[in-house]
Ligand binder design. Structure first.
Ligand code: GLA
Length: 547
């Protein structure tokens, strides 16, 4: 007989355990089976441009066409940016007798022969014709953020509440690929965001089923209600992002009132810090510290590079807020550095962690990358003076006494091989970004407590897990023979669960692995990880490997 936890991983119950002896499940401490090493790539965070920071509610077809053209012409599209996201101000709250959204035909005219003015499908077709993707914006409440306009008059009823299915179907039928859903109206009505955003995700799912068109989901309630505890896979969303803080900057629109506003580096750092929720960021679900202000008035070139480095090391969405038609060469080089973008987009999909700090403001951040032994590392100096910052391989989960190669991503130069550690002088309010390639440290392998793999309606738990570090990387080895992801809840030490996506592995016999970061804060072997299958055919978890 064996103790395992029930389907919500909350209480203990007794079940009979039939021993099974066929598989070569690893024992604690033993090396993991070679076939468990195959990593499954997860969807990367989105990359693109959004209209709000530089155009506020002055957005129209002309603005959008210019930005889309610029994204292609200036090389950003080639570097991986693809979304052109229309934010607030595209719709002024009018609906027809059937409740369909009605837009200003002058702002959104026909763009090609045979098109009707006032049809948002026109601008989507234009964006698609350039090989880009199109994003749109609404609010989860009855009203939207136009109740608090930055420019121009107040507009009411600019939200989708009461029309979720109708509006999201409309967005998908227009051809949009991405939708950002704000929370001004929801907040005003004191709605529960976990409930509303789940309902919206279901409406998106229905729209996708009807149109066969994917609509990427961006949640924007500014981190007010701890979305990292409920947003991953909310309402069945396959992949999504959620804002973790307020806006870095209020819009700076040239020639409009407030055109003298400046973005601030303090704002960048503050949003970065508020966006660190590594336990929720995995398998295609991402914290969103806001659209970037790289290239906007107020930041120096060096600060732009730090900003880009911070977003990349935390695998944040790379959504540019600057006017793409007037980027300086330096800004463009910052936004398109392929090695920095590769850190952001790495297929492990993990958030960077603070792995060392020295006094106040000298920090080392590290993001595990998909190439075994690779870590992106950011040496960040928040102080007023230049300072030396050292990174020890052992802080990165690499074999401590070994040689590792170091590459600087901004100067794009190999710096050579170093034993055990590397030090660099970092200027005040600046950062050095590296990729360090060394030998992986040992992981500890665990097989499920029940000796069996989880199936539909059953849980699988790992009860006596120890870790070298509090915030530990955990590799989950599993099989999924479907051609769509399966989802499971993971509860660590009885805390709020997070939902993990298990992408197809090819067959029941092909083991794949995804990585997560878990807070293993109990002494010794006292940590408990419990997976519950959410729906469908369940999933098979073979083993976990813990840092
Ligand atoms: C909120 C969001 C911003 C932007 C504006 C539009 O403030 O956080 O990103 O969408 O609304 O009004």
């Amino acid at each position: 007989m064996q103790m395992v936890q029930d389907s919500k991983c909350a209480r203990l119950k007794l079940v009979f355990f039939v021993a099974f002896a066929v598989t070569i499940l690893a024992l604690p401490g033993a090396p993991s089976p070679a076939n468990a090493q195959r990593q499954i790539a997860v969807p990367p965070p989105p990359m693109g441009w959004a209209s709000w920071n530089s155009f506020s509610n002055t957005v129209d077809a002309k603005v959008i066409m210019n930005q889309a053209r610029a994204m292609v012409a200036n090389g950003m599209a080639k570097a991986g940016y693809q979304y052109i996201n229309i934010d607030e101000g595209w719709w002024l709250g009018q609906r027809d007798a059937q409740g369909n959204i009605v837009v200003d035909a002058k702002a959104w005219p026909a763009l090609a022969p045979g098109e009707q003015a006032g049809d948002m499908a026109n601008i989507v077709r234009y964006i698609h014709s350039l090989g880009l993707k199109a994003g749109i914006y609404t609010d989860a409440g009855m009203d939207g953020c136009s109740l608090f306009p930055d420019l121009g008059p107040v507009y009411q009823h600019v939200g989708s509440e009461g029309h979720y299915e109708q509006d999201f179907l409309q967005f998908a039928m227009w051809g949009f690929d991405y939708v950002k859903v704000d929370w001004c109206g929801g907040d005003k009505e004191k709605l529960d965001p976990a409930v509303q955003y789940a309902e919206i995700a279901r409406a998106i799912g229905k729209a996708e089923a009807v149109t066969g068109h994917r609509l990427y989901f961006s949640i924007c309630e500014w981190g007010n209600n701890s979305p990292w505890t409920w947003a991953p896979n909310v309402g069945g969303a396959t992949a999504d992002i959620w804002r973790t803080s307020g806006d870095i900057v209020v819009p700076i629109v040239p020639h409009e009132k407030h055109s003298g506003r400046l973005a601030s580096f303090t704002g960048v750092l503050s949003n970065y810090d508020q966006g660190i929720h590594p336990e929720a960021e995995h398998t295609g679900f991402y914290n969103d510290p806001d659209m970037m202000v790289v290239g906007m008035p107020g930041l120096t070139d060096a600060q732009n590079r730090v900003h880009m480095s911070l977003w990349a090391i935390s695998a944040a969405p790379l959504l540019v807020g600057a006017d793409l038609t007037s980027l300086s060469d330096d800004t463009l080089a910052t936004l398109t550095n392929p090695e920095v973008i590769a850190v952001d987009q790495d297929s492990l999909g993990l958030q960077g962690l603070k792995v060392a700090s020295y006094g106040d403001g000298l920090e080392v951040w590290s993001k595990a990358l998909s190439t075994p032994g690779d870590r992106a590392v950011l040496l960040l100096n928040r102080t007023g003076d230049p300072a030396a910052i050292t990174i020890h391989w052992s802080d990165l989960g690499l074999a401590g006494v070994s040689s590792a190669s170091v590459r600087n991503l901004w100067i794009r130069k190999d710096l050579g091989s170093f034993d055990s550690s590397y030090s660099a002088t970092v200027q005040s309010n600046d950062a050095v970004m590296l990729v360090i390639h060394g030998s992986e440290g040992k992981l500890k392998s665990y097989s499920p407590d029940a000796g069996d793999r989880v199936h539909k309606d059953e849980d699988v738990s790992f009860n006596k897990v120890s870790s070298r570090v509090r915030l530990a990387r955990v590799r989950i080895s599993y099989t999924n023979a479907d051609n769509a992801p399966r989802f499971a809840e993971l509860r660590v030490n009885g805390r709020t669960a997070t939902r993990i996506a298990f992408y197809p592995t090819g067959s029941e016999n092909t083991v794949g692995a995804v990585w997560i970061e878990a807070l293993l804060d109990r002494e010794g072997a006292g940590n408990v990880l419990c997976f519950s299958s959410i729906s469908g055919p369940g999933l098979n978890i073979e083993s976990i490997d813990v840092e």
